[in-house]
Design a protein. Structure first.
Length: 183
């Protein structure tokens, strides 16, 4: 599978895993300490080919993703579930199977700068994504279906609104969830 966009990952092991899964150019952030030169390379790649940010599904990975999206608006974001990136007490892209990486990249979404508040907390309550004993698992499954990764309730609401997910797409995903059909 050939990916047109440049994929941004955290480290060399992540790069190796991505290159085993797809044919793509990769930029390394070298963790949280992203240099100005790396930010310039990411911006240049975004202008020329587009960028997909694929960071580890953990807190540091989300912080790196946020820094990149804040500095270089217009990047697509791809998410792996923690379960797909976990091996021997370690969470990271380098642990994911090639198929999981390809699926995450296929579902990559771009942050919309002028996000409309299409969804509210009531939508999340209505579909059992907040406040119930099974809400966390349901949010994880919905995030997988939509390709926006696992999120707590507040993060999920933000992602639904900032990735320009329409009401119809959300309803289809919620119906799949209600039928017990995950991703």
């Amino acid at each position: 599978m050939n990916i047109r966009e440049v994929i941004v990952v955290e480290g060399k092991d992540d790069e190796r895993a991505v290159k085993q899964a797809v044919d793509a150019e990769v930029i390394l952030t070298s963790g949280y300490g992203i240099t100005e030169e790396t930010f310039r390379r990411i911006e240049f790649a975004r202008l020329r080919k587009g960028v997909i940010v694929l960071t580890d599904p953990d807190r540091p990975g989300e912080q790196i993703r946020k820094r990149i999206n804040d500095r270089v608006p217009g990047c697509k974001n791809a998410y792996l579930l923690q379960a797909d990136a976990f091996r021997k007490n370690d969470i990271g892209i380098e642990n994911a199977a090639p198929g999981a990486i390809r699926e995450a990249l296929e579902k990559a979404r771009c942050v919309v700068e002028t996000a409309a508040d299409v969804f509210s907390r009531e939508d999340l309550f209505e579909h059992g994504l907040l406040g119930g004993p099974d809400a966390s698992r349901r949010r994880e499954a919905l995030g997988c279906i939509l390709g926006i990764g696992y999120a707590n309730g507040k993060q999920l609401l933000k992602r639904l609104n900032h990735y320009a997910i329409g009401r119809e797409e959300f309803q289809r995903a919620a119906a799949r969830l209600a039928e017990g059909k995950g991703a």
